[in-house]
Design a protein around this ligand. Structure first.
Ligand code: PSU
Ligand code: MN
Length: 301
């Protein structure tokens, strides 16, 4: 059911560090061609850091870990025409032999099947603002509760209700670790005002915590929250105003369900004149470095 690239298969066979990457961020999170350029740059960053990248997707109905450049190009060029695939979409896309761009949830599923324990992305999905009436809670959170893969992100965007997202993570027993921070980062900015569960200052300590969690037989993953580097963060007031505007537009136009996150991301990018895209790219690269360092430590390298 799972198909690995040669590079990823060799690395796993030889117990080399491997970092999983998602493809919804490519197809639905960034515009073409910056999305493809970024996907390639993220992979190169991980290789330079001594680990092997495994970008995950569904290609022609196959669950894939490790894509070739033509496949990255296909996903990036087709963009929104490739279905955004979370857990519930896998059976349909696989049984029909279709392509799919994997979210955090479905990338975790593929990573686990492949035997990859670390995954780098931009931001995780979470509990949406207004979830008390819409019940819009990303399947990413349920996946973190059950699938043993650690996700390195720059926190979550404040298009979500970060307080409720952290409550949900607590309820489901998912540790939230801040890398060199005690404050849960808000994706575009380094601080949200909400605390993380534990602050750890080295990749080795994080790897040791993960190893300990899994040795204890505790199910599920962990959230490793890595703030965007200071020099690339956005102005907090500007981003908050922009997000409020984008959320209002989404309500007015009635965008719902799986379309809401891509809609908000695209509007924020337009409203900030592309500034949010630059920050987005920088924080993903920063997460790739940390994920590679943690995966090396987990493999004892
Ligand atoms: N947050 C971002 N950028 C993204 C996503 C989330 O800042 O690209 C994507 C990820 O793939 C995440 C998904 O897993 O959106 C969550 O979507 P939903 O809320 O529909 O579960
Ligand atoms: Mn949703």
């Amino acid at each position: 059911m799972i198909s690995l690239s040669n590079e990823v298969r060799n690395a796993l066979d030889n117990r080399q560090p491997v970092v999983a990457l998602e493809s919804t961020i490519i197809a639905h999170g960034m515009p073409y061609p910056r999305n493809v350029e970024t996907a390639i740059l993220v992979e190169e960053t991980i290789r330079k850091r001594g680990a092997v990248p495994a970008t995950c997707a569904i290609i022609g109905g196959k669950l894939r870990a490790g894509l070739v450049t033509d496949e990255l190009e296909l996903i990036g060029r087709e963009g929104a025409a490739i279905p955004k695939a979370s857990r519930r979409d896998l059976p349909y896309l696989v049984s029909k032999g279709l392509h799919g761009a994997t979210t955090v949830a479905s990338t975790m599923i593929i990573a686990r099947l492949a035997g990859i324990r670390i995954f780098a992305t931009g931001g995780i999905g979470g509990v949406h603002r207004g979830a008390t009436t819409t019940m819009d809670i990303s399947a990413d959170l349920q996946e973190l509760a059950q699938t043993p893969v650690a996700v390195v992100s720059a926190g979550a965007k404040s298009i979500l209700d970060l307080g409720l997202t952290l409550e949900y993570l607590e309820t489901h027993g998912i540790p939230v670790i801040g890398f060199k921070t005690g404050d849960f980062p808000a994706f575009f900015t380094r601080r949200s005002g909400f605390g993380v569960d534990y602050r750890l200052d080295t990749p080795e300590e994080i790897a040791h915590l993960l190893d300990t969690k899994w040795k204890l037989g505790l199910t599920g993953g962990a959230v490793i929250a890595n703030p965007v580097p200071e020099e690339f963060q956005m102005d907090a007031d500007l981003i908050e105003k922009t997000i409020q505007e984008a959320v209002r537009e989404a309500e007015k136009t009635g965008v719902k369900g799986k379309k809401i996150t891509p809609f908000l991301l695209a509007r924020i990018e337009e409203l900030t004149g592309g500034k949010s895209l630059e920050t987005n790219i920088r924080l993903v690269l920063n997460n790739a470095v940390l994920a590679a360092d943690i995966s090396r430590s987990l493999e004892g390298q």
